[in-house]
Write a protein that binds this ligand. Structure first.
Ligand SMILES: Nc1nc2c(ncn2[C@@H]2O[C@H](COP(=O)(O)OP(=O)(O)OP(=O)(O)O)[C@@H](O)[C@H]2O)c(=O)[nH]1
Ligand SMILES: [Mg+2]
Length: 224
């Protein structure tokens, strides 16, 4: 069962993008489930998604990459046992760390006989707010970018070319290995590409040694 995460800071456009992505994947014949993690008290996303005829699970009460990783693993195991989707598209909370989520997804392997495969980690970056984000929550946004396989600069319809370029440069400065692609979840630009990435590519499994190495570099100042 493939697990795909569409990460990104609060308000970066995850829900808007996920809805368009799953719509296209379903039309392409994939069996899809969605998991939404909301750290707040109430979320209407899952109900909205369910009303569109998709299998959806909502997990609240904490962040699924850390505080309530067990609930996430249980949810994945349950989805596998009862629905057996090809791809589970996860909208993590805006504060989730991509590698933590990979690890949490792999916990589900101990709960049922599912074998988890990761789709490339997608991180959305809001081009229209790049300066504010960098100032306010630099560390978190950087981590989400550093751990991405593909970064989408979202909301290009609402941002100036200058801001889009600034966002692209910022991303490349943090993660030269990531592919950087423009997106407008609103108009649909970049959605087909995201679907192709999710359906046809895979990402490495969680590896504690690799993660430790990453953190060491990050906190020793080797990587900003
Ligand atoms: N102009 C524009 N607005 C967008 C785009 N994508 C999302 N938005 C808007 O940005 C706001 C936040 O979008 P969401 O999809 O809810 O973002 P999110 O990342 O799921 O937000 P949280 O779950 O609260 O972290 C909404 O008002 C969207 O309509 C885009 O490509 N262009
Ligand atoms: Mg959302």
């Amino acid at each position: 069962m493939k697990v795909s995460q569409v990460a990104g800071f609060l308000g970066s456009g995850k829900t808007t993008a996920v809805m368009k992505i799953v719509d296209k994947l379903v039309r392409g014949g994939h069996r899809i489930a969605i998991v939404v993690n909301d750290v707040g008290e109430i979320s209407v996303d899952a109900k909205f998604i369910e009303s569109h005829g998709l299998k959806a699970k909502e997990i609240s009460g904490g962040c699924i990459c850390c505080q309530i990783a067990g609930s996430f693993a249980d949810t994945l195991a349950l989805l596998y046992d009862t629905y057996n989707p090809d791809i589970v598209v996860v909208e993590p909370s805006g504060v989730a760390i991509p590698w933590g989520l990979k690890r949490a997804a792999e916990y589900s392997e101990a709960r049922t006989n599912v074998k988890v495969e990761h789709a490339p980690v997608i991180t959305l970056v809001d081009a229209s707010r790049i300066e504010t984000l960098v100032k306010a929550v630099r560390r978190l946004v950087e981590t989400q970018i550093r751990e991405a396989d593909v970064c989408f600069v979202n909301k290009v319809d609402a941002a100036s070319e200058e801001d889009v370029k600034k966002a692209e440069d910022f991303i490349r400065g943090i993660n030269p290995n990531a592919e950087v692609v423009r997106m407008s979840a609103e108009t649909g630009e970049g959605i087909s590409y995201a679907c192709d990435v999710i359906a046809n590519r895979v990402s490495e499994r969680y590896d504690e040694a690799v993660e430790e190495e990453r953190l060491k570099k990050q906190y020793s100042g080797e990587v900003r």
